[in-house]
Design a protein around this ligand. Sequence first.
Ligand code: GDP
Length: 365
Amino acid sequence: ALTAGIVGLPNVGKSTLFNAITKAGALAANYPFATIDPNVGIVEVPDARLDKLTELVEPKKTVPTSFEFTDIAGIVKGASQGEGLGNKFLSHIREVDAITQVVRCFEDENITHVAGKVDPISDIEVINLELILADLESVDKRYAKVSKLAKQKDKESMEEAAVLEKLKDAFANEMPARSVELTDEEKKIVKGLSLLTLKPALYVANVSEDEVSDSEENEYVKQVREYAAKEGAEVIVVCAKIEEEIAQLDDEEKAMFLEELGIEESGLDQLIKAAYSLLGLATYFTAGVQEVRAWTFRKGMKAPQCAGVIHSDFERGFIRAETVSFDDLVEYGSKPAAKEAGRLRLEGKEYVVQDGDVMEFLFNV
Ligand code: GDP
């Protein structure tokens, strides 16, 4: 399963946020997982479309889809020098598929800031620099080999050297690999290096309780937004402390609490959605009278693979998939009505499943 790693300097609110995640996850029903790594938090993906389908179909049960966050503890500074625990920090990051960086944007005299004062940009730079230095090392090593062959006019090596040079330039300017525009061909070339700064990333600005409803006024949040924009990264504003409280409430209480605070959607819910999409994940639905359910697939997956998310037999014996988009189903009110209107499609093996498709798979056993 794909996972988004949570990183950040000490005392920025990582554990508080991760607690919120695990508490929210603990409320969620029937996970098929027997034991879960304590560093992994499983969250349900909030999806209003699932509620709508439930209204429409009135099934016996509704099951949302879920995915994982991984808490990456460890020493950040000096990590690229391989100082003990720091090294571990980098290897944990290497294992995740996207990076969620928590940044402290709240003032609190009682909570020590490792750098002495709240300064989100400098915090971000400390972490990003460690990742960049680690990547620079990987690229330099590879470059030493490749450039020799490139000098001998080996075509592949020349191409690779050119890409590596682009990356080195970015690193010299303290920019992450993800900020470098690469063609699909070039992406293939650098894939083997599993660069840390090539992983998609987003920033979580952790603001204080009294600023959460008016967070765009927060100077620190503005700074983070500006910084993130340069690398095209998204920023989600949360108050980790409040999220921890919200995570223990049921849906109704949660809605009331959020209204009191003047927040439309909880920061954690926004974060879950953003991380899900950052990981390149999307959702299709099955909608039967027994069960309405959301399923996760990777964008670009074809119908048989998506069927395989439910069960490998579905993939092996795949014949076709009766498909209707969520919007069409809602517009026509039922599958038969959508069919009548010509909106129910029979899709074959080559169909690339779209986010929001409502599917029924036909397969041989
Ligand atoms: P970590 O070291 O990054 O895991 O940070 P923690 O989650 O342990 O938080 C450090 C301290 O900051 C704890 O005392 C938290 O209660 C506090 N804290 C975390 N988030 C917030 C917040 O949104 N507002 C305030 N006022 N304090 C927070």
